[in-house]
Write a protein that binds this ligand. Structure first.
Ligand code: KG4
Ligand code: ZN
Length: 349
Protein backbone atom coordinates (compact mmCIF):
# COMPACT_ATOMS: atom_id res chain seq x y z
CA UNK A 1 0.00 0.00 0.00
CA UNK A 2 1.24 3.50 -0.76
CA UNK A 3 1.67 5.89 2.11
CA UNK A 4 -0.73 8.73 2.69
CA UNK A 5 0.51 11.74 0.70
CA UNK A 6 -0.86 14.52 -1.50
CA UNK A 7 -1.96 13.45 -4.97
CA UNK A 8 -1.57 15.38 -8.19
CA UNK A 9 -4.77 16.43 -9.92
CA UNK A 10 -4.06 13.80 -12.61
CA UNK A 11 -4.40 10.91 -10.17
CA UNK A 12 -7.57 8.93 -10.67
CA UNK A 13 -9.04 6.69 -8.02
CA UNK A 14 -12.03 4.54 -7.19
CA UNK A 15 -13.60 4.39 -3.74
CA UNK A 16 -15.13 0.96 -3.06
CA UNK A 17 -17.49 -0.17 -0.30
CA UNK A 18 -18.27 -3.65 1.04
CA UNK A 19 -21.10 -4.33 3.52
CA UNK A 20 -22.72 -7.56 2.31
CA UNK A 21 -22.44 -9.34 5.67
CA UNK A 22 -20.52 -8.63 8.88
CA UNK A 23 -17.49 -6.67 7.62
CA UNK A 24 -17.58 -2.90 7.07
CA UNK A 25 -14.85 -2.05 4.60
CA UNK A 26 -13.77 0.81 2.33
CA UNK A 27 -10.84 0.92 -0.10
CA UNK A 28 -9.27 3.47 -2.42
CA UNK A 29 -7.61 2.05 -5.53
CA UNK A 30 -5.62 3.81 -8.24
CA UNK A 31 -7.06 3.15 -11.68
CA UNK A 32 -3.88 3.44 -13.76
CA UNK A 33 -1.75 0.90 -11.89
CA UNK A 34 -4.14 -1.12 -9.63
CA UNK A 35 -2.38 0.20 -6.51
CA UNK A 36 -4.24 -0.06 -3.25
CA UNK A 37 -3.88 3.35 -1.67
CA UNK A 38 -6.12 2.90 1.35
CA UNK A 39 -7.88 -0.08 2.84
CA UNK A 40 -9.68 -0.51 6.13
CA UNK A 41 -12.02 -3.16 7.43
CA UNK A 42 -13.92 -3.31 10.70
CA UNK A 43 -15.06 -6.83 11.43
CA UNK A 44 -18.11 -7.49 13.60
CA UNK A 45 -17.11 -11.06 14.53
CA UNK A 46 -16.91 -10.27 18.26
CA UNK A 47 -20.36 -8.70 18.35
CA UNK A 48 -21.99 -11.71 16.63
CA UNK A 49 -19.96 -14.44 18.37
CA UNK A 50 -22.33 -14.83 21.34
CA UNK A 51 -25.23 -15.54 18.93
CA UNK A 52 -23.25 -18.25 17.07
CA UNK A 53 -23.86 -16.48 13.73
CA UNK A 54 -24.58 -13.13 12.09
CA UNK A 55 -27.67 -11.25 13.33
CA UNK A 56 -28.71 -9.11 10.30
CA UNK A 57 -30.32 -6.24 12.25
CA UNK A 58 -27.28 -5.90 14.53
CA UNK A 59 -24.95 -6.10 11.51
CA UNK A 60 -26.86 -3.31 9.77
CA UNK A 61 -26.66 -1.02 12.80
CA UNK A 62 -22.93 -1.64 13.18
CA UNK A 63 -22.36 -0.80 9.49
CA UNK A 64 -24.26 2.46 10.06
CA UNK A 65 -21.67 3.35 12.72
CA UNK A 66 -18.50 1.90 11.20
CA UNK A 67 -18.81 2.88 7.52
CA UNK A 68 -19.01 6.67 8.16
CA UNK A 69 -16.05 6.37 10.56
CA UNK A 70 -13.93 4.69 7.87
CA UNK A 71 -15.14 7.17 5.22
CA UNK A 72 -13.85 9.99 7.40
CA UNK A 73 -10.32 8.59 6.95
CA UNK A 74 -10.59 8.70 3.13
CA UNK A 75 -10.99 12.51 3.06
CA UNK A 76 -7.49 13.13 1.58
CA UNK A 77 -8.46 11.15 -1.53
CA UNK A 78 -12.02 12.28 -2.17
CA UNK A 79 -11.05 14.96 -4.71
CA UNK A 80 -9.24 12.38 -6.86
CA UNK A 81 -12.23 10.06 -7.22
CA UNK A 82 -13.34 9.10 -10.71
CA UNK A 83 -15.98 6.58 -9.58
CA UNK A 84 -17.52 4.89 -6.56
CA UNK A 85 -18.16 1.14 -6.41
CA UNK A 86 -20.33 -0.88 -4.05
CA UNK A 87 -21.31 -4.50 -3.49
CA UNK A 88 -24.99 -4.63 -4.46
CA UNK A 89 -25.59 -8.42 -4.43
CA UNK A 90 -25.69 -11.11 -3.08
CA UNK A 91 -25.75 -10.64 0.68
CA UNK A 92 -27.99 -9.61 3.55
CA UNK A 93 -30.52 -7.05 2.33
CA UNK A 94 -30.34 -4.85 5.41
CA UNK A 95 -26.53 -4.69 5.38
CA UNK A 96 -26.13 -4.24 1.60
CA UNK A 97 -28.43 -1.21 1.92
CA UNK A 98 -25.97 0.56 4.25
CA UNK A 99 -23.16 0.42 1.68
CA UNK A 100 -25.47 1.21 -1.23
CA UNK A 101 -26.91 4.29 0.49
CA UNK A 102 -23.41 5.61 1.15
CA UNK A 103 -22.22 4.90 -2.42
CA UNK A 104 -25.30 6.51 -3.97
CA UNK A 105 -24.80 9.64 -1.86
CA UNK A 106 -21.15 9.97 -2.88
CA UNK A 107 -21.93 9.36 -6.58
CA UNK A 108 -24.70 11.96 -6.67
CA UNK A 109 -22.86 14.48 -4.53
CA UNK A 110 -19.62 14.31 -6.52
CA UNK A 111 -21.33 13.66 -9.86
CA UNK A 112 -19.21 10.58 -10.60
CA UNK A 113 -20.25 7.16 -11.99
CA UNK A 114 -21.55 4.43 -9.70
CA UNK A 115 -20.33 0.84 -10.27
CA UNK A 116 -22.41 -2.05 -8.87
CA UNK A 117 -20.25 -5.05 -7.96
CA UNK A 118 -21.39 -8.66 -7.59
CA UNK A 119 -19.85 -9.89 -4.34
CA UNK A 120 -18.67 -13.22 -5.78
CA UNK A 121 -16.99 -11.47 -8.72
CA UNK A 122 -15.28 -9.35 -6.07
CA UNK A 123 -13.94 -12.50 -4.39
CA UNK A 124 -12.55 -13.65 -7.74
CA UNK A 125 -10.80 -10.29 -8.21
CA UNK A 126 -9.19 -10.63 -4.75
CA UNK A 127 -6.64 -12.64 -6.74
CA UNK A 128 -5.67 -9.58 -8.76
CA UNK A 129 -5.27 -6.93 -6.05
CA UNK A 130 -2.22 -4.85 -7.11
CA UNK A 131 -1.77 -7.33 -10.00
CA UNK A 132 -2.76 -7.86 -13.62
CA UNK A 133 -5.68 -10.21 -14.39
CA UNK A 134 -5.02 -13.84 -15.29
CA UNK A 135 -7.68 -15.05 -17.72
CA UNK A 136 -9.18 -17.52 -18.50
CA UNK A 137 -9.29 -19.02 -15.06
CA UNK A 138 -11.03 -21.84 -13.23
CA UNK A 139 -12.07 -20.79 -9.71
CA UNK A 140 -13.23 -22.68 -6.64
CA UNK A 141 -15.14 -20.20 -4.49
CA UNK A 142 -15.58 -21.37 -0.89
CA UNK A 143 -17.18 -18.75 1.34
CA UNK A 144 -19.77 -18.51 4.08
CA UNK A 145 -22.57 -18.16 1.56
CA UNK A 146 -21.39 -20.08 -1.50
CA UNK A 147 -19.51 -23.12 -2.77
CA UNK A 148 -19.03 -23.07 -6.53
CA UNK A 149 -16.60 -23.80 -9.32
CA UNK A 150 -16.69 -21.00 -11.88
CA UNK A 151 -15.13 -20.69 -15.34
CA UNK A 152 -14.01 -17.07 -15.68
CA UNK A 153 -13.53 -16.06 -19.29
CA UNK A 154 -13.62 -12.34 -18.72
CA UNK A 155 -15.18 -9.67 -16.57
CA UNK A 156 -18.63 -10.25 -17.95
CA UNK A 157 -18.55 -13.94 -18.82
CA UNK A 158 -18.39 -16.16 -15.76
CA UNK A 159 -20.08 -19.57 -15.89
CA UNK A 160 -20.98 -21.63 -12.83
CA UNK A 161 -19.86 -25.21 -13.52
CA UNK A 162 -20.65 -26.73 -10.12
CA UNK A 163 -22.47 -25.52 -7.04
CA UNK A 164 -23.57 -26.74 -3.61
CA UNK A 165 -27.03 -28.24 -3.45
CA UNK A 166 -27.36 -27.31 0.22
CA UNK A 167 -24.89 -25.75 2.72
CA UNK A 168 -21.67 -23.95 1.79
CA UNK A 169 -18.19 -24.95 2.97
CA UNK A 170 -17.86 -21.95 5.31
CA UNK A 171 -21.33 -22.56 6.72
CA UNK A 172 -20.45 -26.23 7.45
CA UNK A 173 -17.36 -25.11 9.40
CA UNK A 174 -19.48 -22.56 11.28
CA UNK A 175 -22.21 -25.08 12.13
CA UNK A 176 -19.72 -27.75 13.20
CA UNK A 177 -18.02 -25.23 15.50
CA UNK A 178 -21.39 -24.14 16.89
CA UNK A 179 -22.41 -27.74 17.62
CA UNK A 180 -19.17 -28.22 19.55
CA UNK A 181 -19.81 -24.96 21.43
CA UNK A 182 -16.73 -23.24 19.97
CA UNK A 183 -18.00 -19.84 18.79
CA UNK A 184 -18.11 -17.88 15.52
CA UNK A 185 -16.67 -17.84 12.86
CA UNK A 186 -16.02 -21.56 12.99
CA UNK A 187 -13.53 -21.93 10.12
CA UNK A 188 -10.38 -20.58 11.80
CA UNK A 189 -11.33 -22.27 15.13
CA UNK A 190 -11.76 -25.71 13.53
CA UNK A 191 -8.58 -25.33 11.45
CA UNK A 192 -6.58 -24.49 14.58
CA UNK A 193 -8.01 -27.36 16.66
CA UNK A 194 -7.50 -29.82 13.79
CA UNK A 195 -3.73 -29.25 13.78
CA UNK A 196 -3.41 -31.40 16.92
CA UNK A 197 -6.23 -33.81 16.08
CA UNK A 198 -6.33 -37.33 14.66
CA UNK A 199 -8.11 -36.99 11.33
CA UNK A 200 -8.68 -40.76 11.12
CA UNK A 201 -10.44 -41.22 14.46
CA UNK A 202 -13.99 -40.54 13.27
CA UNK A 203 -15.12 -42.02 9.98
CA UNK A 204 -17.36 -39.34 8.54
CA UNK A 205 -19.11 -39.82 5.17
CA UNK A 206 -17.57 -38.17 2.09
CA UNK A 207 -20.55 -36.36 0.51
CA UNK A 208 -21.76 -37.53 -2.93
CA UNK A 209 -18.85 -40.00 -3.04
CA UNK A 210 -20.65 -42.49 -5.27
CA UNK A 211 -22.52 -39.91 -7.33
CA UNK A 212 -21.48 -38.91 -10.85
CA UNK A 213 -22.89 -35.45 -10.15
CA UNK A 214 -20.32 -32.66 -10.21
CA UNK A 215 -21.83 -30.74 -7.32
CA UNK A 216 -21.21 -30.15 -3.63
CA UNK A 217 -23.24 -31.08 -0.58
CA UNK A 218 -22.32 -30.40 3.04
CA UNK A 219 -25.54 -30.92 4.99
CA UNK A 220 -25.18 -34.72 5.30
CA UNK A 221 -21.69 -34.31 6.70
CA UNK A 222 -23.02 -31.77 9.20
CA UNK A 223 -25.60 -34.32 10.30
CA UNK A 224 -22.89 -36.96 10.75
CA UNK A 225 -20.97 -34.51 12.94
CA UNK A 226 -24.10 -33.96 15.03
CA UNK A 227 -24.57 -37.72 15.53
CA UNK A 228 -20.90 -38.12 16.48
CA UNK A 229 -21.23 -35.36 19.10
CA UNK A 230 -24.34 -37.09 20.48
CA UNK A 231 -22.49 -40.42 20.65
CA UNK A 232 -19.81 -38.71 22.73
CA UNK A 233 -22.44 -37.57 25.22
CA UNK A 234 -23.03 -34.06 23.84
CA UNK A 235 -20.79 -30.99 23.42
CA UNK A 236 -20.32 -30.47 27.18
CA UNK A 237 -19.05 -34.00 27.68
CA UNK A 238 -16.44 -33.74 24.90
CA UNK A 239 -12.79 -33.61 25.92
CA UNK A 240 -10.22 -31.31 24.29
CA UNK A 241 -8.95 -34.38 22.38
CA UNK A 242 -12.48 -35.25 21.18
CA UNK A 243 -12.87 -31.72 19.82
CA UNK A 244 -9.49 -31.77 18.09
CA UNK A 245 -10.08 -35.22 16.58
CA UNK A 246 -13.58 -34.35 15.38
CA UNK A 247 -12.34 -31.05 13.88
CA UNK A 248 -9.58 -32.90 12.03
CA UNK A 249 -11.90 -35.69 10.83
CA UNK A 250 -14.49 -33.16 9.65
CA UNK A 251 -11.89 -31.06 7.83
CA UNK A 252 -10.51 -34.18 6.13
CA UNK A 253 -14.00 -35.14 4.88
CA UNK A 254 -14.54 -31.63 3.47
CA UNK A 255 -11.15 -31.74 1.77
CA UNK A 256 -11.75 -35.16 0.21
CA UNK A 257 -15.18 -34.04 -1.04
CA UNK A 258 -13.79 -30.87 -2.63
CA UNK A 259 -10.87 -32.74 -4.20
CA UNK A 260 -13.02 -35.55 -5.61
CA UNK A 261 -15.37 -33.16 -7.40
CA UNK A 262 -12.55 -30.85 -8.52
CA UNK A 263 -10.73 -33.81 -10.08
CA UNK A 264 -13.80 -34.64 -12.14
CA UNK A 265 -13.92 -31.07 -13.42
CA UNK A 266 -10.18 -30.92 -14.06
CA UNK A 267 -10.59 -33.90 -16.37
CA UNK A 268 -13.10 -31.89 -18.44
CA UNK A 269 -11.58 -28.38 -18.38
CA UNK A 270 -8.38 -27.58 -20.21
CA UNK A 271 -7.82 -24.18 -18.53
CA UNK A 272 -4.37 -24.24 -16.93
CA UNK A 273 -4.86 -21.62 -14.24
CA UNK A 274 -6.86 -22.61 -11.17
CA UNK A 275 -7.65 -20.53 -8.10
CA UNK A 276 -9.33 -20.87 -4.71
CA UNK A 277 -11.05 -17.77 -3.29
CA UNK A 278 -13.46 -16.82 -0.49
CA UNK A 279 -13.23 -16.88 3.30
CA UNK A 280 -12.55 -20.63 3.56
CA UNK A 281 -9.68 -20.37 1.03
CA UNK A 282 -7.64 -19.06 3.98
CA UNK A 283 -7.59 -22.67 5.25
CA UNK A 284 -3.99 -23.82 4.84
CA UNK A 285 -4.89 -27.53 5.09
CA UNK A 286 -7.24 -27.18 2.10
CA UNK A 287 -4.75 -24.96 0.24
CA UNK A 288 -1.94 -27.50 0.56
CA UNK A 289 -4.22 -30.31 -0.69
CA UNK A 290 -4.95 -28.21 -3.78
CA UNK A 291 -1.26 -27.52 -4.32
CA UNK A 292 -0.73 -31.28 -4.67
CA UNK A 293 -3.79 -31.73 -6.89
CA UNK A 294 -2.72 -28.91 -9.22
CA UNK A 295 0.75 -30.42 -9.57
CA UNK A 296 -0.81 -33.76 -10.47
CA UNK A 297 -2.99 -32.12 -13.15
CA UNK A 298 -0.28 -29.68 -14.31
CA UNK A 299 -2.29 -26.66 -13.32
CA UNK A 300 -1.02 -23.49 -11.69
CA UNK A 301 -2.67 -22.70 -8.35
CA UNK A 302 -3.49 -19.08 -7.51
CA UNK A 303 -4.65 -17.81 -4.12
CA UNK A 304 -5.18 -14.36 -2.65
CA UNK A 305 -3.08 -13.11 0.29
CA UNK A 306 -4.70 -14.35 3.53
CA UNK A 307 -5.88 -10.84 4.50
CA UNK A 308 -7.98 -10.63 1.30
CA UNK A 309 -9.67 -14.07 1.48
CA UNK A 310 -12.54 -12.94 3.68
CA UNK A 311 -14.82 -10.04 2.76
CA UNK A 312 -13.05 -6.75 2.02
CA UNK A 313 -13.44 -3.63 -0.11
CA UNK A 314 -10.02 -3.99 -1.81
CA UNK A 315 -11.35 -6.86 -3.95
CA UNK A 316 -14.46 -4.81 -4.81
CA UNK A 317 -12.18 -1.94 -5.88
CA UNK A 318 -10.00 -4.22 -8.03
CA UNK A 319 -13.04 -5.53 -9.90
CA UNK A 320 -14.34 -1.97 -10.21
CA UNK A 321 -11.19 -0.85 -12.07
CA UNK A 322 -11.97 -3.28 -14.88
CA UNK A 323 -15.68 -2.37 -14.78
CA UNK A 324 -14.72 1.33 -14.99
CA UNK A 325 -12.67 0.73 -18.14
CA UNK A 326 -15.72 -0.94 -19.70
CA UNK A 327 -18.07 1.77 -18.40
CA UNK A 328 -20.24 -0.74 -16.52
CA UNK A 329 -22.04 1.97 -14.58
CA UNK A 330 -25.52 2.17 -13.06
CA UNK A 331 -27.80 5.13 -12.55
CA UNK A 332 -27.62 5.92 -8.79
CA UNK A 333 -31.38 6.34 -8.76
CA UNK A 334 -31.84 2.84 -10.18
CA UNK A 335 -29.43 0.78 -8.11
CA UNK A 336 -31.51 -1.44 -5.86
CA UNK A 337 -31.53 -4.76 -4.11
CA UNK A 338 -34.65 -5.93 -5.89
CA UNK A 339 -33.82 -7.11 -9.38
CA UNK A 340 -36.62 -6.38 -11.74
CA UNK A 341 -34.72 -7.40 -14.91
CA UNK A 342 -34.87 -11.11 -15.75
CA UNK A 343 -31.51 -12.81 -15.31
CA UNK A 344 -29.90 -14.17 -18.45
CA UNK A 345 -29.28 -17.66 -17.17
CA UNK A 346 -29.01 -19.51 -13.86
CA UNK A 347 -25.53 -20.68 -14.78
CA UNK A 348 -24.08 -17.20 -15.28
CA UNK A 349 -22.64 -15.21 -12.44
O1 KG4 B 1 -15.96 -14.90 2.15
P1 KG4 B 1 -16.41 -14.71 3.53
O2 KG4 B 1 -15.65 -13.74 4.40
O3 KG4 B 1 -17.90 -14.28 3.60
C1 KG4 B 1 -18.86 -14.68 2.67
O4 KG4 B 1 -18.89 -14.13 1.55
O5 KG4 B 1 -19.63 -15.60 3.04
O6 KG4 B 1 -16.39 -16.14 4.22
C2 KG4 B 1 -16.66 -16.33 5.57
C3 KG4 B 1 -16.61 -17.82 5.84
C4 KG4 B 1 -17.07 -18.20 7.24
O7 KG4 B 1 -18.02 -19.23 7.14
C5 KG4 B 1 -15.80 -18.67 7.93
O8 KG4 B 1 -15.99 -19.68 8.90
C6 KG4 B 1 -15.02 -19.22 6.74
O9 KG4 B 1 -15.27 -18.30 5.71
N1 KG4 B 1 -13.58 -19.29 7.03
C7 KG4 B 1 -12.89 -20.46 7.07
C8 KG4 B 1 -11.57 -20.12 7.46
N2 KG4 B 1 -11.50 -18.76 7.64
C9 KG4 B 1 -12.75 -18.28 7.37
N3 KG4 B 1 -13.27 -21.72 6.82
C10 KG4 B 1 -12.33 -22.68 6.96
N4 KG4 B 1 -11.06 -22.46 7.34
C11 KG4 B 1 -10.64 -21.19 7.60
N5 KG4 B 1 -9.39 -20.96 7.98
ZN1 ZN C 1 -17.70 -13.03 0.80
Amino acid sequence: METNRKFSTGTTMILSIESSCDDSSIAITKIENNKLIFHKKISQEKEHACYGGVVPELASRLHAIDLPNILEETKPYLNSLKAVAVTNQPGLGVTLLEGIAMAKTIAVNKNIPLIPVHHLKGHIYSLFIEKEQILPLLVLLISGGHTQIIRVENLEKMTILATSIDDSVGESFDKTAKMMGLGYPGGPLIEKLAINGDENRFELPIPLRNSKLIAFSLSGLKNAVRLTIESLGGAEAMTEKDRADLSASFQKAVKLHLLQKSKKLFAQESIKDFAIVGGASANLYIRSAYEKLCKEFQKTLHTAPLEFCSDNAAMIGRYAIEAYKKKLFINPYEIDLVHTKKRQSGTLL
